[in-house]
Ligand binder design. Structure first.
Ligand code: KG4
Ligand code: ZN
Length: 350
C-alpha cells in the first residue's frame, strides 16, 4: 500500500493506492477559492494553505482507505517541478510520516505522475496500456508529447517552446475578463457558441526538423502558444466592444478552438510519424470537452485504443504520484533525509 502526497502547486492531495494501482482513497483539497481574487496562484498563500490542510488531508486519505500506518509499504511524494515552498511542505510531511511508520519515501517527478494517470480508474481495476503509447501531456505548467515504450519508460518527442496550453487558456481567460482557472471558464463560456471567425494563430510556423530553441526536438512536434495570447490581446485592444458579455461566448469558443487545433495538429503529425499502438492524454487541460472529442474522433478514425485520463485524475492529485512510484519499481530508502525538492526538475529526471 502506497501513500501518495502531492503539493506542487495549488492542490493539497493524498491518496492510498495498491500495488496493482487500485485507488483505495483519493483526497484533494483545491485552493482555487483562496487564489481566485488574485487571478492566479500566490506562492505564499499556497504554501501556508498546504501546511494548514495537509494533516487533515492525510488523515482522511488513510481513513477512507481503511489502511493502518503499519500496513503502508511506501510514501511517494512530488519532489518537482513546482513551487519551491509548496513542494517543501509535501516533502516535509513525507519525511515526518516516514519517521512515524518506518516506511521508505520515494521522490516523484510530477510529470511522471501525469503520465501514469492514463491508467487510473476510480471505480475499477487499472487499465492495461498497449505499448508504444503516444501521450499528449497538457497542463497549466507543461505541454509535451511523449512516446512511452513500457510502463515508466518513455522519450520526449515534442514540447512547448513558450507557454503551456493551460497557461494560454488561463492568460486568455484573464484578458476576456473570465475567472481563474481559465480553462474551465473558457469551456463554460464557449458552450454552445459558434466560434468567431478570427485569424488566431495555430502554433509554430516555419521550418520543421530539430533546432536549437527546441532543444534538438523536431519542431513539427513542438508547440507555441504565446502568439495566440498576444493575438487575442491586440484583437481586444482594437475591438474593446468584443468584451461585451454577448460577444464573449463566440470569442471564447474561437480561442478554445485555436488551442485545441494546435494541440491536435502536432498530435496527429506525431501519430503519423511514430505509428503508436495506442494514444493517451493527461493533465489538467485533458479535462477539456472539445479536446476529448477530437481525440476520440482521432482514435476511432485510426482504430487506435485511446486512454483519456478520467477527469478526476486530470488535474493535480496524489493517486497519480503513488502510481508513478509503483510503475518506476523504485520504492526509495527508509532514510529519506537526503531526498530534496527540485522546483525545476526537468522532464525525464527522477
Ligand atoms: O495539471 P494541472 O492541475 O496543474 C498543472 O500541473 O499545471 O492543470 C491545471 C490547468 C489549468 O491551466 C487549467 O486552466 C486547466 O488545467 N484546465 C482546463 C480544464 N480544466 C482545467 N483547461 C481546459 N478545459 C478544462 N475543462
Ligand atoms: Zn500537474
Amino acid at each position: 500500500m502506497i501513500l501518495g502526497l502531492e503539493s506542487s502547486c495549488d492542490e493539497t492531495a493524498a491518496s492510498v493506492v495498491s500495488p496493482d494501482l487500485r485507488i483505495l482513497s483519493h483526497v484533494v483539497y483545491s485552493q482555487v477559492a483562496d487564489h481566485q481574487a488574485f487571478g492566479g496562484v500566490v506562492p505564499e498563500i499556497a504554501s501556508r494553505c498546504h501546511v494548514e490542510v495537509f494533516p487533515d488531508v492525510v488523515e482522511n486519505a488513510m481513513g477512507d482507505a481503511g489502511v493502518t500506518w503499519s500496513e503502508l509499504t511506501g510514501i511517494a511524494v512530488t519532489r518537482g517541478p513546482g513551487l519551491a515552498t509548496s513542494l517543501l511542505t509535501g516533502l516535509t510531511m513525507a519525511k515526518a510520516l516516514s519517521a512515524r511508520c518506518r516506511c521508505p519515501v520515494v521522490g516523484v517527478n510530477h510529470l511522471d505522475g501525469h503520465l501514469a494517470s492514463i491508467r487510473l480508474s476510480m471505480s475499477g481495476p487499472a487499465r492495461t496500456v498497449r505499448h508504444p503509447v503516444l501521450i499528449l501531456l497538457v497542463s497549466g505548467g507543461h505541454t509535451c508529447l511523449v512516446l512511452e515504450s513500457a510502463p515508466g519508460a518513455w522519450k520526449l518527442i515534442g514540447r512547448t517552446l513558450d507557454d503551456a496550453a493551460g497557461e494560454a487558456l488561463d492568460k486568455g481567460a484573464k484578458l476576456m475578463g473570465l475567472s481563474y482557472p481559465g480553462g474551465p471558464a473558457i469551456q463554460k463560456a464557449a458552450e454552445g457558441a459558434k466560434p468567431a471567425d478570427l485569424p488566431f494563430p495555430r502554433g509554430l510556423t516555419g521550418r520543421s526538423g530539430p533546432s536549437k530553441e527546441s532543444g534538438g526536438l523536431d519542431r513539427s512536434f513542438c508547440f507555441s502558444f504565446s502568439g495566440l495570447k498576444t493575438s487575442l490581446m491586440y484583437h481586444l485592444r482594437a475591438h474593446p466592444e468584443e468584451l461585451h458579455p454577448d460577444r464573449i461566448p463566440s470569442l471564447a469558443a474561437a480561442y478554445q478552438q485555436a488551442v485545441v487545433d494546435t494541440l491536435m495538429d502536432r498530435f496527429e503529425r506525431a501519430a503519423d510519424a511514430f505509428q503508436p499502438a495506442s494514444i493517451g492524454c493527461a493533465g489538467g487541460v485533458a479535462r477539456n470537452r472539445l479536446l476529448r472529442e477530437r481525440l476520440e474522433a482521432h482514435g476511432e478514425r485510426c482504430g487506435l485504443p485511446l486512454y483519456l485520463t478520467e477527469p478526476v485524475f486530470c488535474t493535480d492529485n496524489a493517486a497519480m504520484i503513488a502510481a508513478a512510484a509503483v510503475l518506476s519499481g523504485d520504492m526509495g530508502s527508509v532514510e529519506p533525509a537526503d531526498l530534496e525538492i527540485d522546483p525545476s526538475l526537468a522532464v525525464g529526471q527522477r
